[in-house]
Design a protein around this ligand. Structure first.
Ligand code: BES
Ligand code: ZN
Length: 616
C-alpha cells in the first residue's frame, strides 16, 4: 500500500506522465461507524502477539506488536476497551499515546504518535476485570470439573477488550502469537494449532491468511485433539472428546460438499472446539478452528447443521467479509443459504427443507417481535450510534436466506451456483458491502441474463416481499396433521411419531395452539417425556411452551432452572427469559437469573440484563 501511495503522490506532484499502476490500487476504506481507526491514514498489517494467560489473577498481559503502513500520518489510531496500556513503542523507542473518551459500546480511541517512516508499534498492556470478550471459567463450570478454562468471543466489536487493535471488519491482518499458559493446559487460536500439550505451557501460533480483528480468538483449557480426517478434527475436554468425535464424524464430508459447491477450502485445516456450556453462541466461525457450544452434542448428529453453518463462513464471512456491521446479512444470509446447501448435499432435500422451514418460522417470530421497528427488518441496516449487536437477529439470517433462495428459484440453480462460486473467488480475502454486492449481482447474474428481480425491495424495504419462495416439507405437514388431530381429539397417534427426528419434534412442540391446556401438556409430557429430553433443542422449545402455558408438571420448573444455570447460549437463554416475560412471570425469571448470571458470558448477560431490566 505504501508503494502505491508514493506513486499516487508523485502522480499528483508531476502531473505529466501520470500513469496509474495497473494492479496496485490504493485500498480506500469507507467510513466505519464502529471503529475509531482511520485506516486511510495509518493501518496495521501484521500482529505479533506475545502474551501470558494468568488464571489466578484472571488477566492476560503482554505485548501486541504491529507492522503498520502509513501515508506519512503523525499518528495511528487503534480501538481499546477496558485495557490498561502501560507503554507504547514506535520502532523500538518509547512514544506518546493517549486514550480518548470512553464510549459505552465503542470503548476508547488509542492514539499513538508515530513518525513518517515508522514501521512498527509495540503496545504493552493488560486486560481488566471488565473485559467483555473473555470468559474466565472455574473448574466447576467445565465438563471435566478439574481445571479452569478461558475462551474469547470477538464478534462483533469485542476483540478490542482483549487486544488493542483496529477493530473494523474492513481491516485485515496476518498474525503470529506466543501464548504462555499454565503447563497443564493447552492453548488454541484461530490459527495453525498444536495437537498436543507442550511441557512448558508455551504455544506458538501462525495465521498466514489476512483476517479481520473479529476473528481473533483464543481458548485455553484441559483439552485434547482427535482427528477426523487429515484436515478436520475436534478439540474437547477429555470427558467429551469421544462423543464429540462421533457426533462430528461427517466433517470431512461437509468440507468436500462445500468445496464441490463453491470452490476450494482456502484455510487448510478445519477443526471444531467444543467449549463449556456457557459459550454464548451455537458456534463462532473462527478461522481454522470453529468454536462451538456443547448443546449440539445430541448423540444422534441431529444438530450438526451448526458445523455446516460455521464451515460455510469459511467462504461467506471469513473469505468475503461484510464491510461494516450494517452489511451483516452478507455474512449470515449467505452462510445460511450455503449451510442449507451443504445439508442438502449430505442428507437430502427433506432435511434441508425442514431446516429452511424452521428458519422461516424464526423469521416470522422475529418480524412479529419487531413489528414496531420496521427499519430493523431491512437487510441493509443503519447501526450508526447503536451497538452492532442490535442488528444481529434473525432478519440477517433468515430473511437473507429467503432472499437467496428466492433468487435461486428465479435464475435456476446452475446459474446461481456459478455466480456464487465466482463471487467468492473474486472477492476472496477482501470485504464487500451491500451496494458492491448489488452491482456485482446485476452485472454477473441478472442484467447479463436479462432477468429482472426485486433485489432493492428485498434489501432496502422492511418485511418480506410477496414473491418470497414458498418452502414445503412433507415431514412437517405430517407433523401438523398429527398435532391438529391431537388438539381435536386428545388422542395421539404414537405410531405416526415413532420415526420422528428432533426437527419434527421441535416443529410439533413449537406449533401448539395458543389455547393448549395444562392437561394436554401433561398428557404429552407423560407420553413423550419432553421435560427430560436429552436434545437441547427439544428441551428449549418444550421449556418455552411450559413457561408460556404455566405448565408445572414433572418437575419441569427445576429442569428449566438447571438449564438456565448451565447453558449460556444466547439464543436459548433469550428464548426462555422472553417467554417468562411474555407470560408476565418476570419475578420468577429474576430469581433464576440472579444465580444464573454469573455463569454467562458478557454478551448473553448484556442481552438478558436489557430484556429483564436487571442491573447488578
Ligand atoms: N457468527 C455467528 C455468531 C455471532 C453472531 C457472533 C453475531 C457474534 C455476533 C455464528 O456463525 C452463528 O451464526 N451462530 C449461530 C449458529 C446457527 C445459525 C447455526 C448461533 O450462534 O446460534
Ligand atoms: Zn453465522
Amino acid at each position: 500500500m505504501k508503494k502505491a501511495f508514493v506513486l499516487a503522490i508523485s502522480c499528483l506532484l508531476f502531473l505529466t506522465n501520470c500513469e496509474q499502476p495497473k494492479k496496485e490500487v490504493i485500498k480506500t476504506y469507507t467510513e466505519e461507524p464502529h471503529s475509531y481507526a482511520q485506516p486511510n491514514d495509518a493501518v496495521i498489517s501484521h500482529l505479533s502477539l506475545d502474551i501470558e494467560v494468568n488464571f489466578d489473577t484472571r488477566v492476560i498481559n503482554g505485548t501486541a506488536t504491529y507492522n503498520i503502513e502509513t501515508n506519512g500520518a503523525a499518528q495511528i489510531i487503534l480501538d481499546a476497551k477496558y485495557l490498561n496500556i502501560s507503554e507504547v513503542k514506535a520502532d523500538g523507542k518509547v512514544t506518546d499515546f493517549t486514550l480518548g473518551a470512553m464510549d459505552e459500546s465503542l470503548g476508547q480511541p488509542l492514539t499513538i504518535a508515530i513518525k513518517e517512516n515508522t514501521k512498527n508499534i509495540a503496545i504493552t498492556y493488560q486486560t481488566t476485570a471488565k473485559t467483555e470478550a473473555l470468559q474466565w471459567l472455574n473448574a466447576q463450570q467445565t465438563a471435566d470439573k478439574t481445571n479452569p478454562f478461558l475462551f474469547t468471543q470477538g464478534q462483533a466489536i469485542l476483540t478490542r477488550t482483549w487486544i488493542p487493535i483496529q477493530d473494523s471488519p474492513q481491516i485485515r491482518i496476518t498474525y503470529d502469537a506466543t501464548v504462555k499458559v499454565p503447563s497443564n493446559l493447552m492453548a488454541v487460536m484461530s490459527a495453525e494449532n498444536p495437537k498436543e500439550k507442550t511441557a512448558d505451557g508455551i504455544y506458538h501460533f501462525k495465521m498466514v491468511q489476512p483476517i479481520p480483528a473479529y476473528l481473533m480468538a483464543l481458548a485455553v483449557g484441559d483439552i485434547e485433539y482427535k482427528a477426523i480426517s487429515n484436515r478436520t478434527g475436534v478439540y474437547a475436554e477429555k470427558s467429551m472428546i469421544e462423543k464429540v468425535h462421533t457426533e462430528f464424524s461427517d466433517m470431512e464430508k461437509m468440507v468436500l460438499a462445500a468445496e464441490n459447491l463453491y470452490g476450494a477450502y482456502d484455510w487448510e485445516q478445519f477443526d471444531v472446539i467444543v467449549l463449556p456450556p456457557s459459550f454464548p453462541f451455537g458456534g463462532m466461525e473462527n478461522p481454522r478452528l470453529t468454536f462451538a457450544t456443547p448443546t449440539v452434542i445430541a448423540g444422534d448428529k441431529s444438530l450438526t447443521s451448526l458445523v455446516a453453518h460455521e464451515l460455510a463462513h469459511s467462504w461467506s464471512g471469513n473469505l468475503v467479509t461484510n464491510s461494516t456491521w450494517d452489511d451483516f446479512w452478507l455474512n449470515e444470509g449467505f452462510t445460511v443459504y450455503f449451510e442449507t446447501r451443504i445439508m442438502e448435499a449430505l442428507y437430502g432435500k427433506e432435511r434441508a427443507n425442514m431446516l429452511a422451514l424452521i428458519g422461516r418460522q424464526d423469521l416470522d417470530d422475529e418480524l412479529e417481535y419487531l413489528k414496531d421497528k420496521p427499519n430493523d427488518t431491512k437487510l441493509k441496516l443503519d447501526l450508526k450510534g447503536r451497538n452492532p449487536d442490535d442488528g444481529m437477529n434473525s432478519i440477517a439470517y433468515d430473511k437473507g436466506y429467503l432472499f437467496l433462495r428466492t433468487l435461486e428459484e428465479k435464475v435456476g440453480r446452475d446459474k446461481m451456483d456459478a455466480f456464487l462460486k465466482a463471487y467468492f473467488k473474486e472477492n476472496a480475502f477482501s470485504t464487500t458491502n451491500t451496494e458492491d454486492f448489488i452491482k456485482y449481482l446485476n452485472a454477473n447474474l441478472l442484467d447479463n441474463n436479462n432477468i429482472t428481480f426485486n433485489t432493492l425491495e428485498w434489501i432496502y424495504e422492511p418485511g418480506v416481499p410477496a414473491n418470497a419462495s414458498v418452502i414445503k416439507s412433507d415431514a412437517f405437514s405430517n407433523v401438523e396433521r398429527v398435532l391438529q388431530n391431537f388438539m381435536d381429539t386428545n388422542k395421539i397417534d404414537a405410531a405416526a411419531t415413532s420415526q420422528w427426528t428432533p426437527q419434527e419434534w421441535g416443529h410439533f412442540i413449537r406449533n401448539f395452539s395458543k389455547d393448549i391446556s395444562v392437561t394436554q401438556l401433561q398428557q404429552l409430557d407423560d407420553t413423550f417425556n419432553f421435560t427430560n429430553s436429552t436434545n437441547s433443542y427439544i428441551s428449549m422449545v418444550w421449556y418455552e411452551q411450559s413457561i408460556l402455558n404455566a405448565y408445572h408438571g414433572n418437575d419441569v420448573d427445576i429442569k428449566i432452572s438447571e438449564f438456565l444455570n448451565t447453558v449460556g447460549r444466547r439464543w436459548y437463554v433469550t428464548t426462555l427469559f422472553s417467554a417468562f416475560k411474555k407470560a408476565d412471570r418476570v419475578d420468577e425469571a429474576l430469581v433464576i437469573y440472579k444465580t444464573a448470571r454469573q455463569n454467562y458470558h458478557s454478551v448473553t448477560a448484556n442481552t438478558i440484563d436489557t430484556l429483564l431490566g436487571y442491573s447488578e
